[in-house]
Design a binder for this molecule. Structure first.
Ligand SMILES: [Cu+2]
Length: 124
């Protein structure tokens, strides 16, 4: 066999090896990505509880729904500031709250299943 043929064959073999290695790696990366997605979803299902602390102004207290309507500041990584109702863990928590009060509150749960677990008037 002539030398140039040997060189060509060796290069071809190397090229094919690299190509298959690259394709296999690509499949592996895709599979790892899917596993990561699944793990993230399972974490939420398995009670991936999170906690947010924020400030708010009380807009309404609705005892019949066990809901407090707040204009809240940012909940980091969950939502920006807005006015909305929150379920409250224990009716005792909103006793003594009045419309217009500025409060600090704690929100706990796995979105969208969250509730207020602490709320108190901010010290003046
Ligand atoms: Cu909100």
């Amino acid at each position: 066999m002539r030398l140039w043929r040997v060189v060509l064959l060796v290069n071809l073999a190397l090229g094919l090896g690299l190509l298959f290695g690259y394709l296999a790696w690509g499949r592996e990366a895709t599979r790892l990505g899917q596993e990561l997605d699944l793990a993230r979803r399972q974490q939420v299902v398995a009670g991936g509880q999170r906690t947010w602390n924020s400030r708010a102004v009380v807009r309404a207290v609705l005892p019949e729904l066990n809901v407090v309507v707040l204009t809240h500041e940012d909940l980091a990584g969950y939502m920006g500031s807005m006015t909305m109702g929150f379920r409250v863990h224990d009716p005792k928590l909103y006793e003594g709250l009045d419309i217009g009060d500025t409060v600090r509150f704690t929100l706990t749960g796995a979105p969208p299943n969250v509730e207020i677990t602490a709320i108190a008037k901010e010290a003046q």
